[in-house]
Design a protein around this ligand. Structure first.
Ligand code: FES
Length: 340
């Protein structure tokens, strides 16, 4: 049996079919609600159900995923068991002309760090793809499974795409396939996805917090800011395990030449010799806390593993006055979680 779902305060109503999550149902009807992992982990899809019932076992979520109240639910999990009235954190209509399925060709595959590949793909001749700085794409594998990766290039480079791929332990695609890809190899892609993108209607200073290859979407945003000559002050924290994980220092050096006011704070979490690293140490969210007494006037963009994103969210909201609507995040799940 299908049910009607209405977005509170609007006349927007969409149908949900049996077995469909609220998020999927909305998307099927051309509406995008906030999300990232789609696996019940990151909490980005959290919203409120103001009236109606959810199918047993699909409501709620953990405190780690940001669920604190009885009417809060993860819309990537929640399924309607009656008509619903919902209040997502935001929503927008999907631009149907923007999303494309295409076959891209590898033109460069660099080993950027011991466990990171930088993959450059070219779209078919003459094809341009519209996306927003910070969004991601999906690689469609021959067996139909999909892997999500953020695009690291800025939207004006619309004939190709750059991906930063960490080789996950036991990762069939990231560890076994990606390192062997060579120029000319083809990959099926669907692009673009996601609501992690620069809000250009704000003039607030930008605070970026990246963990590992969570640097990729933030690179896209900073390249875009510089290209568009957007004059918002920027601070970038980049947390990695060891100095080798800072795999794009050439990019950061270029930014510092183009935008000398950029504040850059790399952070190492592994215990490494003082001779190997004299900069900031520890967990990246702790270093942000140390540097800022308040971030209430900032827009914060965070990208990385769910545990890091959640730590940044809770500490800055609880201890540094960050309004929830000024926090934007992209959590990526591991390949194992992806196939779960
Ligand atoms: S928890 Fe639903 S999108 Fe991540």
């Amino acid at each position: 049996m299908s049910f009607n779902i209405r977005i509170d305060g609007t006349e927007v109503i969409f149908k949900s079919e049996p077995g469909q999550s609220v998020l999927d149902a909305a998307e099927k009807h051309g509406l995008e609600l906030p999300y990232s992992c789609r696996k019940g982990i990151c909490g980005n899809c959290k919203g409120r159900v103001l009236a109606g019932q959810l199918r047993t076992g699909t409501g709620g979520g953990s405190h780690e995923s940001g669920i604190n109240a009885a009417d809060e639910h993860l819309f990537c999990r929640a399924q309607a068991a009656s008509d619903l009235l919902i209040a997502p954190r935001s929503w927008q209509r999907i631009d149907p002309s923007a999303r494309k399925v295409l076959t891209a060709t590898v033109f460069r595959n660099q080993r950027a760090a011991s466990d990171v590949s930088m993959l450059h793909l070219r779209f078919p001749a003459g094809m341009r793809v519209k996306f927003k700085a910070g969004q991601y794409l999906q690689v469609v594998l021959p067996d139909g499974n999909r892997r999500s990766f953020s695009m690291a290039n800025a939207p004006h480079e619309s004939d190709s795409v750059q991906l930063h791929i960490r080789h996950m332990p036991n990762g069939g695609f990231t560890a076994s396939t990606v390192p062997k890809l060579k120029p000319g190899d083809a990959l099926r892609l669907e692009v673009p996805y996601g609501d992690f993108f620069l809000r250009e209607d704000s003039e607030r200073p930008l605070l970026f917090v990246a963990g590992g290859t969570g640097f990729a979407p933030i690179k896209s945003i900073i390249d875009h800011v510089i290209r568009r000559n957007i004059q918002r002050p920027m601070t970038l924290f980049w947390g990695v395990r060891n100095p080798g994980g800072l795999y794009a220092q050439d990019v950061v050096s270029r930014w510092l030449r183009q935008r000398p006011s950029l504040r850059y704070e790399p952070v190492i979490s592994d215990p490494v010799e003082l001779s190997a690293w004299s900069g900031r140490r520890g967990l990246v969210h702790e270093q942000v806390l140390e540097c800022f007494q308040s971030v209430k006037d900032f827009d914060v963009y965070t990208s990385g593993a769910p545990v890091m994103v959640q730590a940044v969210r809770t500490t800055l909201q609880d201890l540094r006055d960050l309004p929830p609507n000024q926090f934007f995040s992209d959590s990526f799940v591991t390949e194992t979680q992806n196939t779960a």
